[in-house]
Design a protein around this ligand. Sequence first.
Ligand code: IPM
Ligand code: MN
Length: 353
Amino acid sequence: MHFNIAVLPGDGIGPEISRQGVDVMTAVCEKFGHTVKYEYALCGADAIDKVGDPFPERTYEICRDADAVLFSAVGHPKFDNDPNAKVRPEQGLLAMRKRLGLFANIRPVETFKCLLHKSPLREELVKGADFVCIRELTGGMYFGEKLEGTERAYDTCLYTRPEVERILRVAYEYARRRRRHLTVVDKANVLASSRLWRKVAQEMAPEYPDVTTDFMYVDNAAMRMIQEPTYFDVMVTENTFGDILTDEGSVISGSMGLLPSASTGESTPVFEPIHGSWPQAAGKNIANPLAQILSVAMLFEYFNLMEEGRLIREAVNASLDADVRTPEIQVEGGAHYGTKEVGAWIVDYIRRK
Ligand code: IPM
Ligand code: MN
């Protein structure tokens, strides 16, 4: 097929990992006879500096008109330390999610055999962990009514029935294609919005008799995830809970630099690593490009190009097995590979296959 890809490198380590993702995408397209055209667009702190808006209209148009967006990371410390900043890089990411209607964020948590020891959890606990967190991405406190006073402030966690229903459908469809076990994570013992989630899920469950549905409070889920991560197959949850739980999930894999994600919804899908812009590492060629590269695998799989996705995953696994790894996951005494070198090794593997 022909791909029009919007590339949003963003801030910090974003441009470095973006380049590796693009190179892998190009190599896979060449291999399988697809054609691809990239259009680069500004976002985040970079866009604020250049045009004063973290998600400029032009970027929106480029994303809207593309087949998929390859997104890297946004965020810069000069905004983090200024509570009075009028505009923040993160607003660019939120604007992108809202304007593209990306209500479903798919975050797989997998382990890699040779990296089991990198997890701070005991190897026998994380071995075999393989679940997907489906995070609702355009509702809840992130987008609800807010008040930001000096004496009073609030964020509203608002969900409507159609919003809950559509994300639960995505989760049920995922569960059907996996081990048919769906865990709805909420805080229904305290929150009204959670009770709506639970009610809608209970009504929908009979439509999916082949899927086992269970319910778990988010505090309990946070504990269960590290106590028995193999319990989960597909979990679905609201925006803020999903944000928190997926950072926790990355610990299971051993490095945040390993986890990709896909955000899908009403318009162009976006593929991005779950990690942030790691400004301290920018320009040092030490960031792990694997989360970005695995996001490219998810991109192909979204278009049902499963062989393409599989080859990327095979190449990633081969690089890990060959100890071609960035410093945070390198074995003791192992050679040092940078972002570029890991990316180039994977591209080379794909070409030679
Ligand atoms: C994520 C990030 C974002 C979020 C930030 C950067 C706004 O943490 O994608 O998980 O909170 O959703
Ligand atoms: Mn997050």
